[in-house]
Ligand binder design. Structure first.
Ligand code: NAD
Length: 497
């Protein structure tokens, strides 16, 4: 059985805790590897390696840091297919989708290559007589990143490129379900010339996470995962004096007004609901159909969804792969199985679906639930699978009320030809990311990603300029070079006049 260990101080390290977890190939259902679960002591080793590397890296020139990041970008591009295959093997998503995830991760590396521009300070000259004030930003220290299974390459790349570009050192705790892409990335960073200890990977479970959250030498924590764990990570990390940004789960609504181009809206809903088998935090999981065009919209979604080709992620003919684990597949299926009893019309039922020759894969087909009751489980929970729920409303106002009553506020979208309605929606929707005729409005790398309400705990969104702020501490320097001729004692409070 292949053993997946850690990456500490610039080299691979076998796990020594004696605790391991299974890594599956979701398309076959077979266990492909075992991953080491770090002990507290192993986490301490990784943090110690990051701490030892900190002083030199934090004081390295911006040119040194960007040279590494430019080389890293080239290596990522050269190894795209290989990394995408690692993602597909352990996550299950189709190869083209894995390439897309990687491309969005590389986008953040490219932004990090521009760190000299982003870290330029501010200077005010002559704020008072012969006094200048400058504002600079310095690294926070050792940063930990804790990431979910659904983007094993991209989500770590939302974090560490900017963290290390800002002069911090980093310890990543990837998802134990698909740990291999992170370790390959660690090797490529080393090949790019990153000094040992600047980037470390510890694999594991709650034991590793808890040690990172309480370790006195970890100064900041970036977390992405489900809402209950995000809330826990934020509470525990801040209790231990750390800066924490914790991004949580989602139930993203797409509001379709009667004047929308219904074909375009149906294309968008199907792509955003079923892409990556719905295992995306920005998936559209609820369509809110306004008015009398609802029937036509649902029919257009049904036609398109029924044609999706499901199969192993490494088969170029597949458009959608399996789910991450059997347990998750069964949980997703339970929402579809219980839907009719809770009042929904089951338009497409994906339960019981399998792929020939891959009977033990974690398969589920496409499900579409119409006229879903907003009190039902399928509406209220984040299902995180290929299940799209449709809610009917009579008006724009009812639709927005529904969106704003959701406990989550990650992304939302409006489909309409009415510019006035779209403009109102931008201002009224309580979500951190809004799409206008765009179903998955994941911001580009030089803007920042983050939700509202139960989709984000902490103040800072991730990557972009907010990422730079999160990974740096502000310092303001007030300077005077006095002229001996006008120096004198003055006990008054200094003012600038
Ligand atoms: P998860 O919360 O189960 O796990 C995330 C990380 O936390 C993993 O590294 C895991 O090992 C660790 N973890 C799990 N349980 C823990 C515990 N009890 N104590 C300490 N650490 C623990 O999430 P997941 O299932 O890997 O990912 C799917 C979830 O992530 C979905 O809810 C999805 O919406 C969310 N997500 C959100 C975003 C976003 O940007 N807001 C992006 C991707 C995924």
């Amino acid at each position: 059985m292949k053993h997946i260990g850690h990456w500490i101080g610039g080299k691979g390290a076998d796990g020594t805790s004696g605790r391991n977890g299974p890594v599956y190939n979701p398309a076959t259902g077979a266990q492909a590897a075992e991953v080491a679960f770090a002990s507290e002591g192993e986490v301490d080793q990784a943090v110690a390696a990051a701490k030892a590397a900190l002083a030199d890296w934090a004081s390295s020139s911006l040119a040194t840091r960007t040279a590494v990041l430019f080389r890293f970008r080239e290596l990522l591009n050269a190894h795209r297919d290989e990394i995408a295959s690692l993602i597909t093997a352990e996550h299950g998503k189709v190869h083209s989708d894995a390439l897309g995830e990687l491309a969005r991760g590389i986008e953040i590396v490219e932004v990090a290559c521009g760190i000299p521009q982003l870290l330029k300070g501010e200077l005010s000259t002559q704020v008072s007589s012969r006094i200048d004030v400058s504002a600079i930003r310095q690294p926070v220290g050792v940063v930990a990143g804790i990431t979910p299974f659904n983007f094993p390459a991209m989500v770590p790349m939302w974090m560490f490129p900017l963290a290390i570009a800002c002069g911090n050192t980093f310890v990543l705790k990837p998802s134990e379900k698909d740990p291999s892409p992170a370790l390959r990335i660690a090797e490529l960073l080393a090949e790019a010339g990153l000094p040992d200890g600047v980037f470390n990977v510890v694999n594991g479970d709650k034991t590793a996470v808890d040690r990172l959250l309480t370790h006195p030498d970890v100064k900041a924590v970036s977390f992405v995962g489900s809402t209950p764990i995000a809330q826990y990570v934020h509470a525990t990390g801040t209790q231990h004096g750390k800066r924490v940004q914790a991004l949580g789960g989602a139930k993203n609504h797409m509001l379709v007004l009667p004047d929308a181009d219904l074909d375009a809206a149906a294309d968008a809903a199907v792509s955003a609901a079923y892409g990556s088998a719905g295992e995306r935090c920005m998936a559209v999981s609820a369509v809110v159909a306004v008015g009398a065009t609802g029937d036509e919209l649902v029919e257009k979604i049904r036609e398109r969804a029924a044609k999706i080709r499901i199969g192993p992620g490494d088969d170029p003919a597949s458009e959608m792969g399996p789910l991450i684990t059997k347990q998750h597949r069964d949980k997703v299926a339970s929402y579809v199985e219980g839907a009719a009893a809770q009042g929904a019309e089951v338009v497409l039922d994906g339960t019981g679906f399998t792929v020939d020759g891959h009977a033990d894969g974690h398969w589920i087909g496409i499900s579409l639930l119409d006229k879903v009751d907003t009190g039902s489980d399928a509406y209220r929970d984040e299902i995180f699978g290929p299940v799209l729920v449709v809610v009917r409303t009579e008006s724009y106002d009812d639709g927005v009320r529904l969106i704003n009553e959701s406990p989550w506020g990650n992304g939302t979208a409006i489909f309409t030809r009415d510019g006035g309605a779209a403009r109102r929606f931008q201002l009224e929707a309580e979500a951190g990311m809004v799409g206008v005729n765009v179903p998955i409005p994941v911001p580009v790398g030089y803007h920042s990603f983050g939700g509202w309400k139960d989709s984000l705990f902490g103040d800072h969104h991730i990557y972009g300029e907010e990422g730079v702020r999160f990974y740096t501490r502000a310092k303001v320097v007030t300077t005077r070079w006095p002229d001996p001729s006008d120096s004198g004692v003055d006990l008054g409070f200094p003012t600038s006049r």
